[in-house]
Ligand binder design. Structure first.
Ligand code: AMP
Ligand code: ZN
Length: 116
């Protein structure tokens, strides 16, 4: 169910503009508007799921598809050989700021571990 107050619902329903790089029946991938790496994309399920903690067994295929789209986008952006980072910030303490589940794909620079 779309949430009228949710930014990513408004993006997936095209009420708010975004730089779209891929779309499937269930997912939209966009460029992050405040990129933290040379490539910074977001894979967003069209379904409004606030956080990964809200996902259920019924979302298993959707979650797999989101990761697989991130994998395909990483290949398209020539990130697969050097490496890239996939992040799902879950909850305020983890730094989640948009409460509609999304997968960050970051690449094109080295990353440190542990993250901040
Ligand atoms: P998170 O902090 O994990 O919830 O990530 C939310 C991400 O959405 C951040 O990296 C923001 O830069 C990004 N973001 C916020 N508003 C927009 C927007 N209108 N278009 C694209 N990305 C956005
Ligand atoms: Zn939403």
């Amino acid at each position: 169910m779309a949430d009228a107050d949710c930014l990513f619902c408004r993006i997936t329903s095209r009420q708010v503009k975004a730089d779209i790089v891929a779309e499937t029946g269930e997912l939209l991938a966009i460029k992050d508007s405040n990129p933290q790496a040379p490539t910074h994309l977001l894979v967003i399920p069209k379904e409004h799921i606030p956080t990964l903690a809200d996902a259920t067994d019924g979302h298993t295929v959707l979650l797999g598809s989101a990761l697989q789209l991130a994998n395909q986008l990483a290949r398209q952006h020539q990130l697969s050989q050097g490496g890239y980072r996939v992040v799902v910030n879950t909850g305020a303490e983890a730094g989640q700021s948009v409460f509609h589940l999304h997968v960050h794909l970051l690449g094109g620079r080295p990353f440190r571990w542990p993250p901040g």
